[in-house]
Design a protein around this ligand. Sequence first.
Ligand code: NAD
Length: 492
Amino acid sequence: MTTIEATGVEVAGVRVDTRHFIDGLRVASSDTFRNTSPVDGSFLGDISRGGQAEVDLAVQAARDAFPAWAALTPAQRGAILHRIADLVEVRIEQFAIVETMDNGALLRSHLRGVMPRVAHNLRFFADYAINDLGHPDFETRGHNNHVTWDPSGVAALITPWNAPLMLATWKIAPALAAGDTVVLKPAEWTPLTASLFAELTVEAGLPAGVFNVVNGYGNQAGAALVAHPGLSRISFTGSVPTAKSIARAAADNLTPCSFELGGKSPFIVLGDADLELAASLAVEQYDNAGQVCLSGTRILVHESIADAFAAAFAKKAGELRQGDPRDLQTDIGPQVHQTHFDRIKGFVDRAAAEGADIVMGGEPNAELGGLYFRPTLVKQPAVDSEIVTQEVFGPVLTMQTFATDDDVVALANGTEFGLAAVVVSGNRDHANTITKQLVAGTIWVNCFFVRDLRAPFGGSRKSGVGREGGTWSFDFYADVKNTVVSPHGWKE
Ligand code: NAD
């Protein structure tokens, strides 16, 4: 990685500006923070480290840009979002390799799934605002009720590092399509693709100030942003403790918040399940080195098939290839950062110290070194142990057995989270009996990670507040307004 000048770096041959993007311009800070690659530990660049001053500038720019952006029609805004999507599609390879170097996720996934989804996020919400957003008028004693979704102001978007640009555009697209302007604070471990994205917005003709990026630490730039009185919305994806602190900051201004938080989702294998399917889906829970909020990390398997399932799982898990995420054959790459790697190792080491039965992995991959942690399986841990109740957010699964449907429902619902669940069953009625009783925002039956942007997405309990996706996104980002028109008093 070579530094071109103080304002940018070259990452795998792609130039990335390391400054903020405010009011259509690059703005540097005197402070910076180091960004290194989890792939090989290489230095990626010194990133401008924002605080109150940069946040104030960005929110003001977004407020100034709001009236003109809000005054455009959904079709006019949508045309620009489609142009940005076109540009993302042209540069998918650049976005993919930069994201891989920054967060360590598989290049294969970025090329085939994640970056196409970035473009799809933009196109979907642009088209939804044009074609699908609406509610049939209804009458009250001859009066007509007409519901509209009006732009609300400046949306602050705070995003995590596990799928940086995909999760950012999942928020940017509906916010902009709704007519809001945006200030994005990307995660400090993965700031690069947000900067590349900002370049495209200029090329696509997005007016200055409509989209802004402030880089920096959560407790500095992030905290200043969410406490700002000039916001109309805060959309946050990240951890529960951060959400609590954002909620406290937002309370002073009563800024509405949408929270997409962590999970500890159950992966339920009923006694009538297709074992091959169950084992394949279970191994998918290691995707992105286990750094997926939706992962079904708690495998709950019926005791009658537990041994057969464990054997099928071990066979499939044994086929996983861990290695450099740039290699298209690799299935599991590194963890995102040393701090996070240490956190995962801490969970596993404490489980081992408590006598847990670690039947696979359980340690760093010594051959690869660096931030590569072996895919791990902990068998029959205590129901109330931290490895079962707390989010590890790494390649660590637990496996517990159950005897009855009541048992598995109690186990499945037995944490403070409620983000997702996977149920594998050979019988529709049986699956249905279970899914009805689960507390989760999304349940997959005999499948995993089938996502449709029309669907509501979010978590119950501590896994989130509110839902985004389809109309739910617009319900959040827009001011929903009902206009009641009387049949009386008209002079024409
Ligand atoms: P995190 O909460 O540490 O950080 C997320 C973002 O919040 C970062 O940009 C960070 O800088 C910022 N931040 C930190 N402190 C802040 C503060 N006081 N004020 C404002 N912003 C602040 O989370 P993380 O470690 O980056 O992400 C992992 C977590 O995200 C996991 O819990 C995971 O389950 C969750 N997640 C949830 C979803 C979902 O859709 N439900 C998706 C992906 C990740």
